[in-house]
Design a protein around this ligand. Structure first.
Ligand SMILES: [Zn+2]
Length: 189
């Protein structure tokens, strides 16, 4: 009877040890994911749709200077300076500040205005629209729907089917090539 109690105690103890090691391996498992996301910044995610609200000081700390100047200070890059202006690769354009998917390459067009131009955002929640009366003009500012980064402006002189022209600063865009398209291209080579 005594040895039975002892055995049960040993079993419970072994069970506790096992639980402990499980939770430890759980923490280890999370590590690689965290490391991937630090590639950009702590809020950057192409899948998380929750809103990002940081103070200007925090943004300044985590964004590269050129991205900060446009995204948070509403700056404008010089025309014809973005590598995305003439890019025709298939893929998706994300917000460079937070990773929110903004535009698909299928909706990009040659506008001749000097900035990457699109006629339609990926979804309604991709973009926030705000009237902008600065510089003596009446324009509509477009901001990232997730982090409110200033992206550019939208005009009503775009091509069909929307008739809109989203004129976007390339600095605040982050392009990722479509994986399928890339695969096909590589197979042809
Ligand atoms: Zn954003």
């Amino acid at each position: 009877m005594r040895s039975l109690t002892k055995n049960i105690l040993v079993l419970i103890f072994a069970g506790l040890l096992q639980q402990c090691s499980y939770s430890q391996s759980g923490t280890n498992h999370n590590k690689p994911d965290n490391m991937d996301s630090t590639k950009k910044n702590s809020v950057y995610s192409q899948t998380d749709t929750s809103k990002v609200e940081l103070s200007e000081a925090e943004w300044k700390k985590i964004l590269p200077e050129d991205v900060y100047n446009i995204a948070r200070q509403k700056g404008t890059e010089r025309p014809w300076t973005s590598k995305y202006e003439s890019l025709t690769d298939k893929g998706t354009y994300y917000c460079a500040a937070c990773g929110n998917p903004l535009f698909k390459s299928d909706t990009k067009f040659e506008s001749g205005c000097g900035w990457p131009s699109f006629y339609e955002p990926i979804s309604k929640s991709s973009i926030i629209y705000t009237p902008d009366h600065s510089h003596g003009m009446t324009r509509t500012e477009v901001q990232c729907g997730r982090c409110k980064a200033h992206l550019g402006h939208v005009f009503d002189d775009g091509p069909p089917p929307t008739g809109l022209r989203y004129c976007i600063n390339g600095v605040v865009l982050d392009f990722e090539k479509a994986k399928e398209a890339e695969k096909k291209y590589n197979q042809k080579q």
